[in-house]
Design a binder for this molecule. Structure first.
Ligand code: PGA
Length: 246
């Protein structure tokens, strides 16, 4: 079985109702592309735009959220549950992004609970892992530890791994293409031998992906797509990245 390819946009805390034009631009580009493709394109806007984007008929883009709460419902003022996200039309959710780990103190136990909650609500989980700059030397053990924090009871079909070196996010720096390829292979080995994952899980690269480096990154044998931050806020740039697969 072939591994599914993804190009996923993470808008972070950016985007107002007027940003519909970015979404429309990407959708129009995809609709005009006659070549069939089994690529999955997902945009993860802020919570406030999920409903607006998912209500769009004739869309080739799927919608995801950038976070979820670990509980199903209850007295958690200000929080949004996975069931609510599903109800709004989201099909995906990012969990474990380094900004959530760093700025919101999200620990491995909380992330595992969020993953369980998301899967209960039928959301596909985009689970982010990656080393800090000072962890590059111990990269493999850092990544193994992060992957081992995944909950034991997991629907492996509904999980996507995004390898995002923290030092590469928003900096314009990336590991060498060879390094990306071999890190992805190590991740696949950890998933297969340590965690007994299916070998078909998609492993995406994220961190400073742009239209210039996308074709080099996406053509790597062990890379199944990209998680794109900054460049996903520009419909031309994001469409150019998608074009690698279509
Ligand atoms: P970047 O962000 O593409 O702007 O580096 C990637 C991410 O944080 O997912």
């Amino acid at each position: 079985m072939k591994r599914t390819k993804f190009v996923i946009g993470n808008w972070k805390m950016n985007g107002l109702k007027s940003s519909m034009n970015i979404y429309e631009g990407v959708n129009k580009h995809m609709l005009s592309n006659k070549k069939s493709s089994d690529l999955n394109v997902v945009i993860c806007p802020p919570f406030t735009l999920i409903n607006l984007f998912s209500s769009k008929k004739t869309s080739k883009i799927m919608i995801g959220a950038q976070d979820t709460h670990e509980k199903e419902s209850g007295a958690y003022t200000g929080s949004i549950s996975s069931q609510m996200l599903s109800d709004l039309g989201a099909g995906y959710v990012i969990i474990g992004h380094s900004e959530r780990r760093q700025y919101f103190g999200e620990n491995v136990k909380l992330l595992a609970d969020k993953i369980i909650a998301a899967q209960k609500a039928d959301l596909k989980v985009i689970f982010c892992i990656g080393e800090l700059k000072n962890e590059i030397k111990n990269r493999k053990s850092v990544l193994r530890k992060q992957l081992k924090s995944l909950p034991k009871k997991l629907n492996y079909k509904n999980i996507i791994i995004a390898y995002e070196p923290v030092w590469a996010i928003g900096t314009g720096l990336i590991p060498s293409f060879d390094e990306i390829n071999s890190i992805h292979l190590s991740i696949r080995d950890i998933l297969k031998y340590d965690l007994k994952f299916s070998k078909n899980v998609s492993i995406l690269y994220g961190g400073s992906v742009n239209p210039k480096n996308a074709s080099n990154i996406l053509s790597l044998e062990n890379v199944d797509g990209a998680l794109v931050g900054g460049a996903s806020l520009n419909s031309k740039d994001f469409s150019n990245i998608i074009d690698y697969y279509t």
